[in-house]
Design a protein around this ligand. Structure first.
Ligand SMILES: [Zn+2]
Length: 291
């Protein structure tokens, strides 16, 4: 049997359809037969699977020498802050990859709780956790995330004061250096273009550009995974729920700019965005339960 990932063009041998269906029962339930798939066997019969988290997958009835390792056998590093988004990414990665490690950056956050929260989650999920010192970021670009005397606000036509020049560029680059050191190819980040508040380094085009640069700079086949890129906050809650992590993410993460766990202070922009998404998702979920 041959497992083919249409999105990435990767594939690998997999033991049997039965095994596959046991691991992804929902996908198996929505499968159908199709014929022909480029890059594997042009006219081979396939059993197709679709899942919103991971896109199309197919099982071929023939093997192929072109197949490489399944992501299930690969290792990933998750850029992890202990917030809703990166914790959802951590659960996503744990489901998808054989081995997962997390990296958190200490850049002088206002609230020590953020680092403590990240460490506690990693410990509970039995994830190896790296905390890297990035205090130079605050030295270079003081901002509202690190300085009490800078208010969190957004003036018209400007980026919010929570934006830090170069933050994702540096974080992803350092995560890549770490990933190569520990033999991980995948770097998972919770950046999102849907609710991105205008942050230029949350855009898909930036991530793709950096991915190429990282590959060239270290001559290593990095893949930057962005499972939340096109999701709004309600859909991110939905993803956490599908991953069986809804309660965990809701109760154990810290998104609030004022350092309040779980549902937060209810006042800051991060809390308002998180709560709005949660309310929207819960309304949809209730609707689904009723019908
Ligand atoms: Zn808050």
């Amino acid at each position: 049997m041959y497992l083919f990932d249409r999105a990435s063009g990767r594939g690998s041998r997999t033991p049997s359809i039965k095994n596959y269906a046991e691991r992804w029962p929902l996908r198996a339930a929505s499968s159908f037969f199709a014929f022909g798939a480029r890059r594997v066997h042009r006219f081979a019969p396939f059993l197709w699977f679709f899942n919103e988290d991971e896109g199309f997958r197919a099982i071929s009835f023939f093997s192929s020498k072109r197949g490489r390792c399944s992501v299930k056998q690969e290792k990933a590093v998750v850029v992890f802050s202990g917030g809703q988004d990166s914790t959802t990414c951590l659960f996503w990665a744990m489901k998808r990859f054989a081995e997962v490690e997390a990296v958190t950056f200490n850049y002088g956050q206002r609230h020590k709780q953020e680092l403590e929260c990240a460490a506690a989650i990693a410990k509970e999920l039995n994830i190896r956790h790296h905390i890297l010192d990035m205090s130079l970021l605050n030295q270079l670009a003081p901002n509202a995330l690190t300085r009490d005397d800078i208010a969190i606000e957004q003036k018209e036509g400007q980026l919010p004061t929570t934006f830090v020049d170069g933050r994702n560029l540096l974080f992803l680059t350092f995560a890549a250096v770490l990933a190569k050191q520990i033999g991980a190819k995948h770097i998972v980040t919770g950046v999102c273009e849907t609710d991105f508040s205008g942050y230029p380094d949350c855009r898909d085009v930036f991530v793709k550009s950096l991915n190429v640069t990282l590959n060239l700079s270290m001559d290593y086949p990095f893949v930057i995974d962005t499972p939340l890129m096109w999701l709004n906050k309600a859909e991110t809650w939905e993803l956490a729920d599908r991953l069986g992590a809804f309660d965990f993410v809701r109760e154990r993460t810290l998104t609030c700019y004022n350092g309040v766990m779980a549902d937060g202070c209810g006042q800051c922009p991060a809390c308002l965005l998180r709560q709005k998404g949660l309310d929207e998702y819960l309304a949809v979920r209730r609707q689904g339960e009723i019908s």
